[in-house]
Ligand binder design. Sequence first.
Ligand code: DAH
Length: 348
Amino acid sequence: MTTAEVRQSFLAALNAVGSMDELERIRVEYVGKKGYVTELLKGMKDLSVEEKKTFGQEVNVLKNEVNEMISAKREEIHQKELEEENNKMPEFDISIPANLKRGSYHPITLVQRQCEEVFKSMGFAVEDYSEIVTDYECFEALNIPKDHPARDMQDTYYLDNGQLLKTHTSAAQNAIYKKYKDALINEGKPIKAIFPGRCFRNEATDACHENTFFQMEGVMVDKNISISNLIFFMKTMLSEVFQKDIKVRLRPGFFPFVEPGFELDISCLICGGEGCPSCKHSGWLELCPCGMIHPEVLKAGGIDPDEYIGFAFGLGLTRLAMMKYGVKDIRDLNSGDLKCLDQFTDDK
Ligand code: DAH
């Protein structure tokens, strides 16, 4: 082949190239060790000195042209590949304003905060406690020994190491007594604390039962505490939260960790006391079991029951939220359904 023929066939081949692989094949074919251009140079040995000079120059020009065109093609293919890659990505325009809705607090968080404010204003400390507790904290220290029938109502989720997900916020009572007892005994400071928390039970769920729910426990221990103190604090809290007087009733209730024990019910605010699924058609809702702390429970907390006395209550925060916001089915609160949950945004 002549120089002109090699150039022509190279141009045709280059034109047809569509990928880096093809390009590399052509490079080897023309300017590789055994390529057409290299072969042209090898053919020079039979030429005269004069011819060698002109022909040599010609071939070198061709070789440079070929190399340059291959580089240019390589860049072209590279750009095309980048473009294709970019086209695959979704369009992103930083100047478009974000159209995100602001989040809102969960109704239970809102009610919890309101209760905390009310109790803080009455001198109570707000405490937090673990969701994983020991059998001792959840039962034994609360006067519920192994095999006590009260345990049947509080089946829960157990960990391999014997610990469990707390079935009630009462599980923190023992730790609270131990934390504050020295100030009570040595400085005469009454124990006044509330401790909200998430609780768990192995429950069959329905409109008013869930396996995960919130309670808020409260305790007060001092020298002269009576049931009237308990009733006063409960009524104050309810009228603050609902911003109106709420009909309540107190009836006897049994809990091993209080003596005497009560059920504090409020008139169902969903049906106005007429009866509906939320109140099991009774018109009343058990909202806040309570009572005077059992001497054994005080003793387990390191407090002498002959000298001190106190009350405890376990407010159903989830129930309270349902009443306050008119949520008919407890399961909606854990559903993560924003249609239900984000109605409370203005209440922040
Ligand atoms: N821990 C009890 C429960 O979840 C509720 C309770 C009853 C708490 C009486 C109290 C109390 O502090 O005094 O069933």
